[in-house]
Ligand binder design. Structure first.
Ligand SMILES: Cc1ncc(COP(=O)(O)O)c(C=O)c1O
Length: 399
């Protein structure tokens, strides 16, 4: 347990010093650029945080509605409901759809655990679907086969397709919507990693009937704690989500109309996001410039991410495929370059989910990707010379 004595002694910081982060203290080499971003945006972020302390409405303060409006304006969705995390952003619409025991929720095998976890939290069953080799996103053809198998087995009722926009690239929502419609299933986009991305002329938030995102600090749009949001054009869904995030509250306080959650976003986190949002479009452009630079510098030595006509990724991660991934990772670490493996195991082989999967060999693409994927530092504030140092280190390491 951490004791108070273990915390470093600090002098109270007041006036213009408060919230100050000197450029000199920002490391040159950051994986997600959280401190570099704060150094660049503190004049927009810090006063908004201070304002929350001034008005004192830490729960459902005015920042929440202001953020929801700003998010809608940014992405074009009719309704945004700010919630406490990207995980609760998934649980709430599943609850609103009445998902529960006996229902099947189709999720990709290559994703973060939250996507699979939320079905089980509600007593439903995750059914793992393989992903496409190039996009890393749910494979619509494999999905059709898995739905047919579930129907043939007769043990579960197919209910929801929960697609993920892995690493920031939107999934193929045209194809997935067709499957959802033909099969009578609901479609949710888990856009935890892709807020700010677009497919054609539509932004993430409007590509599926319900879209969820995460504001975890390292996400393309991150706050300084946990946070998330749900987007929809359906006013009834939005009203249900608002009730569910507030313990199932009705129009009158303490009238409990349904089972809900405590899934509210804090005013402080909303203030942080309001401070960051004006820079977000420019940050997405900068992430894309860095991805282009990596592509040009690395395309002949590792497998760089595939690009898709008309799609703009928000590059939550820039992930390459390398035969000797672990060796490459070790050598980059020795050169002071942080990397990450998203994800070392597909969901159907994780101890917590093995019961619901069909074992090794059942999702061959997801399984192969987990052995080769490696994510490089990616953020909007990386200097070109640092990017070039990373490129050079990868080239030397794989030579
Ligand atoms: C694909 C995906 N879904 C859901 C989540 C859950 O988001 P949070 O950590 O905000 O609960 C994450 C977070 O990493 C994610 O990557």
């Amino acid at each position: 347990m951490t004791s108070r004595a273990a915390l470093p002694a600090t002098e109270p910081v007041t006036g213009p010093q408060a919230f100050f982060l000197p450029e000199a203290e920002v490391p040159e080499m950051e994986f997600a650029g959280i401190r570099a971003q704060y150094a660049a945006l503190r004049n927009s972020i810090a006063p908004r945080i201070a304002e929350v302390f001034r008005h004192g409405r830490f729960i459902m303060g005015p920042e929440i509605e202001a953020l929801e409006e700003a998010l809608c304006e940014f992405c074009g969705a009719q309704h945004a409901v700010a919630v406490s995390s990207g995980t609760d952003a998934l649980v709430a619409p599943l609850m609103a759809m009445g998902v529960g025991p006996g229902d099947a929720v189709f999720v990709p095998g290559f994703t973060f655990t939250a996507t699979a976890e939320v079905a089980l939290v509600l007593g439903a069953a995750p059914v793992f679907v393989d992903v496409e080799e190039k996009s890393f996103n749910m494979d619509p053809a494999d999905l059709i086969g898995r739905i047919a198998r579930v129907r043939a087995d007769g043990n579960l009722t197919p209910k929801v397709i929960l697609a993920v926009d892995l690493f920031g690239l939107p999934a193929d929502y045209e194809a997935l919507s067709q499957v959802a419609e033909a099969e009578g299933l609901s479609l949710i986009a888990d856009a935890a990693q892709s807020f700010g991305a677009r497919r054609g002329n539509r932004k993430v938030g409007t590509l599926a009937p319900v879209t969820t995102t995460s504001f975890y600090p390292a996400k393309p749009l991150g706050c300084y704690g946990d946070g998330g949001a749900v987007f929809t054009d359906d006013p009834e869904m939005a009203a249900l989500l608002r009730s569910i995030r507030m313990h199932g509250q009705g129009s009158v306080q303490y009238a409990v109309e349904r089972v809900g959650l405590n899934a509210r976003l804090d005013s402080l986190q909303a203030a942080v996001l309001l401070g960051k949002l004006p820079a977000f479009e420019g940050e997405i452009a900068a992430r894309n410039r860095l991805a282009d630079r990596y592509d040009a510098g690395l395309g002949d030595v590792v497998q760089t991410p595939a690009r898709f006509e008309g799609c703009l990724s928000s590059w939550a991660q820039y992930s390459v495929m390398a035969g000797n991934r672990d060796g490459l990772r070790t050598r980059l670490g020795e050169s002071g370059i942080p990397t990450a493996v998203y994800y070392p195991e597909p969901m159907h082989l994780q101890p917590a989910y093995r019961t619901w999967g069909e074992g090794e060999g059942s999702l061959p693409v997801s399984e192969a990707l987990c052995g080769q994927i490696l994510s490089l530092p990616m953020h909007a504030y990386m200097r070109d010379d640092i990017a070039d140092r990373i490129i050079e280190a990868v080239r030397v390491a794989v030579a």
